[in-house]
Design a protein around this ligand. Structure first.
Ligand code: PRP
Length: 215
């Protein structure tokens, strides 16, 4: 690597997503030994040799870092990309973290979705919910934002249905809820800053190609 090469910075969504991402990156020669130290409290990790930097962030912040160029590349769930709606390029479906964005509720709520009734929707994803009900279904709804355990909404009577991620479906089942409508499939995606895509085209395109060939 030449001395004057600038660092490429990656923002990864914390948790299982970051672990899967580093496992995948390793397969195409993108490594970061520093990051494997579980006890480290460091926030940013460097591979001096390859001129790469990595940091972990809360999922919803990843598209923000990438839009403003604080990270050249981000890896985050499609749910977050849709919800945050930032000006970034989505370049690759990484295939893991597969799940679905759905409208869920008790079976009896199915009727409420058929007749364009005014209903209450609780969700961690108010923008996705808004887009689905207003633009796709043309149903006027009242959307209430929650920050987690969204399944509680219809159970305690805060709303009629929820818009949430369904992976195995066990959370729904254990709480007497079911999938009423499917909004879209989700998985981990790679996003790129729009300026970086031009300025660092060679390195970024090579990375995308290598990943694509591996996937
Ligand atoms: C997610 C999602 C559902 C659950 C779905 O919640 O919001 O609650 O996982 O998974 P399942 O279909 O396999 O049961 P998460 O655990 O991320 O926490 P949260 O409810 O606090 O958002």
């Amino acid at each position: 690597m030449s001395e004057d090469m600038r660092y490429l910075t990656f923002a990864l969504g914390k948790g299982r997503l970051a672990k899967n991402t580093m496992d995948l990156f390793e397969k195409v020669g993108i490594t970061c030994e520093e990051m494997k130290d579980k006890d480290s409290r460091k926030l940013i990790f460097v591979n001096e040799e390859l001129k790469l930097k990595f940091f972990l962030a809360k999922g919803p912040d990843v598209p923000t870092y990438v839009e403003y160029g604080a990270a050249d590349i981000g890896v985050v769930g499609k749910d977050t990309i849709l919800e945050e709606n930032r000006r970034v390029y989505e370049v690759l479906d990484l295939g893991y973290g597969k799940c679905r964005m759905c409208v869920c509720g008790p079976a009896k709520a199915k009727e409420l979705l058929k007749h364009h009734e005014m209903i209450r929707v609780t969700s961690k994803y108010p923008n996705i919910a808004k887009d689905y009900f207003y633009n796709k279904k043309h149903q006027t709804v009242d959307i209430i934002k929650l920050n987690g355990s969204v399944e509680l909404g219809p159970i305690v009577g805060l709303g009629d249905v929820i818009v949430d991620i369904v992976e195995t479906g066990s959370t729904l089942k254990e709480n007497g809820l079911e999938v009423l409508e499917e909004i879209c499939p989700l998985s981990a995606r790679m996003i790129v800053n729009q300026v970086s895509m031009k300025m660092e085209a060679e390195r970024i395109k090579k990375l995308i190609q290598d990943l694509r060939a591996f996937l």
